[in-house]
Ligand binder design. Structure first.
Ligand SMILES: Cc1cc2nc3c(=O)[nH]c(=O)nc-3n(C[C@H](O)[C@H](O)[C@H](O)COP(=O)(O)OP(=O)(O)OC[C@H]3O[C@@H](n4cnc5c(N)ncnc54)[C@H](O)[C@@H]3O)c2cc1C
Length: 500
């Protein structure tokens, strides 16, 4: 029997930031004969932050969209990010690696996974933290060239990234309209058209709302309720700035996140620039005080600007004929730099779902897109919440409040499991849920890093600790021979270099 649902022929994506172009590209790549138009206003502009990513973005770019690395590296000028360095909790610092699965690996002669031997020192028991600790990006192949692994993400300046996406979108046949939407036309089935400053009206079968925090179609027009995450995530502003990289300042292969009086500070590595941002809670510190504290830690910063945000999500992101992606659908503060990865996943889910449903807006597909939307944002909220709840590094009023009042949201089961079992990943996917982008190893890294206590009383033998030292020694040596970001940049710009 034929379905009586109409096939989507034409899609309008409202917004030309990272979300707008990523969504448009996913749709066009998956369904090349679909008509896709991006409408954006340069007067309104883009948010301009969003410089650190996760591995979900790397896979989306190079596998799903098949972005050619040569063009991407030339235009977006990224550097490589293997994870994060946290100046956080009681240890001097710890690393969170995108390949944290190694942290719970089993080795012969060790009775438990290696995570049980990390109480005093959790560095270099696996390859990725050894590379990060050594300031190296990739291992060196026998011919001296960098050996790219599958666990890296990128740092790039948001404007450069968006310009790259725009060029790629134009080449793929996506129509880009420069105009400002002034009125949204609606009926009981959803949005029927967008009326613009130029006087023209654009219509489509499906509207993808990528209008940023304003959420013009989903939030403002369709009035979808918003769920605020402020019970778990107290920060609501960032003061951002940076400086031109000076000779001798190394390009670190990670984002650094440091505890500040009323929040935390990021440091992101670009080839010629270092950018920083102090994410803070405006109930504990004024913009002027935040700027002072920021500059006291970052004397080289030139110009600054304040960005306001709210962490939370809309109840649903697919309502009638509108799907929201990116900040228009939800946002979780940038501590793990998750937004671009979530956008990549949302774009992929929408494009695959529409293609699978013969381009019809089927209620069951819409329902599962909504399920995915809530699961991914809620998992992100829970994971970030544990960073705040257990950071004992300093004792300011802000951090006291975080330790006392942070709502762990969905992380309670994980905490119960960890307290009872220690850093053991055995029941991982069932404990954290299949949609969780961080996985149980992500949790274990953060809990071990912050030295959160558990009830497993385990004392390694001397022989076991010797074995752990030998493992560390092995990875340190591998890292020592690895290549720095500067060396890899030189290698990929060598005329002899060939991308695989
Ligand atoms: C402080 C801070 C730090 C962040 N750091 C990171 C990070 O390190 N990593 C990460 O992954 N994410 C980060 N993010 C999030 C990230 O910046 C965004 O999620 C991402 O850039 C997507 O933005 P967007 O495309 O949804 O919105 P925007 O970039 O704001 O784009 C909105 C688009 O909609 C258009 N538009 C809006 N209204 C209209 C209208 N009426 N008519 C026409 N066009 C319109 C605008 O012109 C623009 O093109 C950070 C966010 C904040 C607040």
């Amino acid at each position: 029997m034929e379905s009586d649902l109409k096939r989507v022929q034409r899609v309008i994506v409202l917004g030309g930031g990272s979300a707008g172009f990523m969504a448009a590209l996913a749709l066009k790549k998956r369904m090349p004969d679909l008509s896709v138009t991006v409408i954006r206003s340069k007067d309104i502009g883009i948010i301009g932050v969003g410089e650190g990513s996760t591995t979900a973005l790397t896979g989306f770019l190079h596998q799903y969209l098949q972005v050619p690395p040569k063009q991407f590296y030339e235009m977006a000028v990224p550097t490589w990010k293997l994870g994060l360095k946290f100046v956080w909790g009681p240890r001097p610092h710890f690393f969170y690696s995108f390949d944290s699965v190694h942290l719970t690996a089993n080795y012969p002669d060790l009775r438990k996974p290696i995570s049980f031997y990390c109480d005093a020192d959790m560095e270099c028991v696996e390859p990725m933290t050894a590379l990060m600790a050594g300031g190296k990006v990739f291992e060196r192949a026998p011919n001296g060239a960098p050996k790219f692994n599958n666990s890296f993400a990128y740092h790039f300046e948001n404007e450069k990234f968006v310009s790259f996406l725009e060029t790629f979108a134009t080449n793929l046949g996506i129509n880009i309209v420069e105009d400002k939407v002034e009125q949204v036309l609606v009926n009981q089935s959803g949005v029927t058209g967008l009326s613009m400053a130029s006087g023209r009206t654009e219509t489509a079968d499906l509207f993808v709302d990528c209008s940023g925090f304003v959420s013009l179609l989903l939030g403002k027009t369709l009035q979808e309720p918003f769920i605020n995450f402020k019970g778990s995530l107290f920060c609501d502003r960032a003061v951002v700035g940076g400086w031109t990289r000076k000779p001798g300042e190394p390009i670190y292969p990670y984002t650094t996140c440091s505890t500040m009086d009323s929040g935390w500070l990021w440091q992101i590595e670009h080839e010629h620039r270092i950018n920083r941002g102090y994410v803070y809670c405006s109930s504990f510190i004024s913009d002027e005080q935040a700027e002072r504290e920021f500059r006291s830690k970052s004397p080289d910063v030139t110009q600054t600007r304040v960005v306001k945000f709210v962490s939370g999500r809309y109840e649903r992101n697919f309502v009638k004929n509108v799907v929201a992606i990116g900040n228009a659908s939800g946002f979780v503060e940038p501590l793990e730099a998750t937004a671009l990865g979530v956008i990549a996943t949302q774009s992929r889910v929408l494009a695959d779902s529409l293609a699978t449903a013969d381009r019809q807006i089927r209620p069951t597909h819409a329902r599962y897109i909504n399920y995915h939307h809530s699961a991914i944002w809620d998992a992100t909220r829970a994971f970030i919440a544990i960073h705040y709840k257990y950071n004992t590094r300093i004792d300011t009023p802000f951090w006291q409040e975080c330790r006392e009042k942070t709502d762990l949201a969905g992380a309670d089961d994980m905490m119960e499991y960890y307290r009872e079992n220690g850093p053991c990943s055995f029941w991982g996917p069932l404990v954290v849920g299949h949609e969780d982008p961080f996985g149980i190893n992500g949790y274990i890294t953060l809990l071990l890093g912050q030295r959160v206590g558990h009830r497993i009383n385990f004392t390694p033998t001397d022989q076991e600790m010797q074995k752990v030292s030998a493992i560390r020694q092995h990875y340190r040596q591998m890292a020592q021979q690895g290549l720095t970001a500067e060396q890899v940049l030189a290698a990929i710009r060598d005329p002899q270099w060939k991308w695989q």
